[in-house]
Design a protein around this ligand. Sequence first.
Ligand code: COA
Length: 320
Amino acid sequence: MESLELIATGGAVPKHPVHNNDLAKIMDTSDEWIFSRTGIHSRYFCEGDETVTALAAEAARQAMERAGITSDEVGCLVAATCSGDYATPAESCLVQRALGLPDDIPVTDVNAACSGFIYAAEVARGFLQESEKPYALVVGAEQISRFLDMTDRSTAVLFGDGAGAAVFRRTPASLYHHVLGAAGGLEINVPGAASGKPEKVSMDGKAVFRFATRAMRRSIESLMEQSGKTFDDVDWVICHQANSRIIDHVVRRMNAPAEKFFEDMDRFGNTSGASVPLALNDMNEQHLLSPGQTLLLIGFGSGLTWGGLMLKCAPDFRAE
Ligand code: COA
């Protein structure tokens, strides 16, 4: 199968940030507790007419504009989400409609929660093998705030809303490795409407922490082993932005270069399937990405899903 290389990024968040101090007004918590346990100071929550579709479409449109590609060049659209605006149609179809993409390409969603973008990129790579069009549009978009139980301070403080998008190009030659897995666990879940239980996030925080650190290590080790590369060959590790303590733990255990692990959960919180593409876009806007760089993208989350990609920014990557 041919590889993917990264061409451009996009991102979008709701207008209003919600600081830890704002949460401290409605629940028994503090900026000090949240930041010291998670690295999060602030996140965004959708308000009024802000929707997953609006955020996803904005991020996708930006990625396409930066890539300089037309709708006719997009060979597939895959969205990673577990909080789409409709149960059906898929969020990706709503984005297709918003962007006016043609009707002769595969368009679908992937629900792998916080690993969603990694899974979605692999699904898109599969679609592109059969396509005459070279580009894949992959979006991660969430409104997890809809599912937060504001009486459960141990989960409500962790999550935020947002969207990130990437344009990838199919290429025969570029460095590309992937690993995907899932452990079939309920340790972090949102019950469906038919269960009769509240549709709210519930989580065994300590179990998820243990899973997350193991999953991150396993993904990184697999990608290094497959590629024969080491951290010296990698420019950036972009992990799911759940919690800075999870990343710190892995960096210590792997004796890895901490400065290569990007973090922006301080401003966005855990945006689930949006977090990896939103982080990519944040890095791009901070001028940290450039053509030819080698990236590790690592996801873990509800499912319990996990996985990673090793890939390159294209020689003509649209750096901001
Ligand atoms: N503010 C203040 N106190 C809080 C709090 C909050 N927001 N949330 C929990 N506490 C309290 C608890 O009630 C408990 O108090 P007690 O000792 O009086 O009972 C105390 O803090 C410790 O709680 P505990 O659950 O043991 O905290 P912890 O150190 O395990 O941290 C998490 C909780 C959620 C931050 C941590 O388990 C974690 O990061 N897990 C991974 C979560 C994650 O990233 N999930 C998404 C993965 S995709």
